[in-house]
Write a protein that binds this ligand. Sequence first.
Ligand code: ADP
Ligand code: MG
Length: 755
Amino acid sequence: MTQEARVSTVVESLTKAPRNIAFPQKDGRPQLISEIFGQNVFSFKQMASRLPKPVYSTFLKQLRGNETIDKTTADAIAHAVKVWAMERGATHFTHWFQPQTDSTAEKHDSFLTLKSSFEKGFEEVECLDSLSGSQLLQSEPDASSFPSGGMRSTFEARGYTIWDTKSPMFLQEGPHGTSILYVPSVFISYNGQALDEKTVLLRSSEVLAKNALDVLDLIFDPENDVHVNQVHTSLGTEQEYFLIDRALYTLRPDLKITGRTLIGGLPPRHQQLEDHYFGKIPSRVLAAMSECEYELYKLGVPCKTRHNEVAPAQFELAPIYEEAMIAVDHNLLTMDVLHRVAHRHKLKVLFHEKPFKGVNGSGKHCNWSLTTDNGINLLEPTAKPEENYRFLLFLLATLKALEDHGDLLRAGIASASNDHRLGAHEAPPGIISAFLGDHLTEVLNAIEEDRPLKTFGAPEMQSVRVGGTVLDLKVATLPNIARDLTDRNRTSPFAFTGNKFEFRAVGSKQSVSFPVTLLNSAVASSLQEVAEALRKQKGDKQYATKEDQLAVIKQFIKITKNVRFEGDNYSDAWVKEAEKRGLPNIVNSYDAFTRLREPRNAEMLSRVGVFTNEELESRYHILMEKYAKDVRIEAQTLLTMVVQLIMPATFSYRKDLAQSASLLKDVEAGCEPELKVLKELTPILIDLQKAVATLETEIAATDDITDDIGALCKKSQATLLPAMEAVRSYADQLEGIVGDKYWPLPKYTELFLNI
Ligand code: ADP
Ligand code: MG
């Protein structure tokens, strides 16, 4: 890595044209999204058309949890999907699962089967393409090489992947025009413990559905209500990411190894003009986004929105919401496809929550709600939320979940990378509170205070009660618009946005499975409490009347008041206020992870049947260990970069300055300017060397701790991070002084602008 490499890569990146693909055509026009969508998915519709009726109906019964798949059904489904896949060039299949690595895992098996016969007195081997029912249902990867948090040791390595029948199978491109059949799966240990992200998500969705149905049954008025048979969690994940030129990326060891820049100063212009958000999408980026969406449409991922985000080189992709487990699968596929397509465009996608110091980081907003089988969104306030008790009960149950287990939700989004974002002044802080907006706040206050709702138009209510109203823009040629029930509050970690909650503090890099599992579990638990309260009010009556419901609503308004906050979550005043309210402000991952062991949280998770204590303990271990490893990798990377790149570059500059100073002295031309710069550099270099020595010592000191994973995490955070920060501060000062042509690393300006 040299300064020449940097300069030539920068120049080269400027001449790169957008990549064009042959978009499929129909009737002389590009195919419509609806014509491409789901092409590579073995959908339930495909299944129904390819399976004998009784087989398909057994499958449906299994999906509803009423029956398990027998061997004949499994064989029939396996055969049908194999034929479908082979018609599309598949040679292999894979169980695709989600170990606790924030990404996915796969091992490919070919359809090849050998069959031997001895009919003519000698062995004859015939080869077939086959997929049996049992191969489809389960596979057995070695579990010992995946994170298990001590639940498995290498000598007891058996683990199973099992087909998750709710999530459709799909095809991905293989090499040389072939394809591979993907079978979405869960991953469990020999004893049935969850080793993955999906098993617990499925458990949490089931218990949430069950408890929601219980509440709905308790308030079911046969005269006026439609009966609900199923409830599911809806989830829409807005994925933020950075895209930079790939060649420039390869010149940054920190980005390559850790996903973020460990050195680098802000250029004079970055995001302060607020001109990137929703700006014109750069053409190379648009080409990549569009190809990515094309690939995702084929996989049935409903991409909806694409735009520039706030920071330079930052973008977002948002899909239409789906049932939670499908949405999680689809988000993981989205990250995978984005990564691969970016390569084809000579770009690099960065999913890290904070790749660049000083500009906004990336999140993955999780839009969450509950939907019934008859299409009702249980978090839809309707025009008169004050009369919609069902809505209020579900809203309050969600608030109660935050009130009781906010710290657990905080644990679900903690990581070494997201720490750089949470609590910084551009992301929701480490205090978990909910924003409801003026209107809903007024509704809850009025009910609590037993008074009529303040009416729209009253002077103190100018900003309230705007749901369903029309905004007159006072320009004759513009249409009037309908105003939403709530305004936005971008600073809240958990904001009610119209008819769903938006969990905004989730990190861009992580799988959303864990945070959603914890949220589902906490809400399932509070729905249990709501149900108990309703049961008590109802007594012997057939169902809980409106009065009964109102009594419960009042009770829950009181006990959830603490967690509601409408103001600026980034302000210091809120930190103080939250402290007064007793809300935890968890500013780092170590503190967050310890909340997994809180008896209150552990009891709840095991009561709702989502995590056994052993499974939870294993998460604690995995997360603590991952944190410590992540930070250590960063520390070592920084060390190498400073010693091998930054110091030598500075030495070269000093040498040239010294040589020219001595030459100038010889010709009596005056060498003060060169000497001045030299002298300025010397103390920084000395400080840098000292900081490097401290970092080395601290890295070595973390070697001492091997048996207590919590202590290792805590120590890594307390000692390595500040030591790295010190090294960086001197390195960044040098970047500002050392001649540009000596500097080996692409600078922020180049990374931001050269796409
Ligand atoms: P906003 O701009 O307020 O965030 P959008 O309509 O753009 O709202 O939605 C953002 C995400 O929320 C999208 O993925 C969208 O599909 C999802 N979403 C919308 N309604 C729901 C819902 N009822 N449940 C879950 N997610 C939803
Ligand atoms: Mg949003």
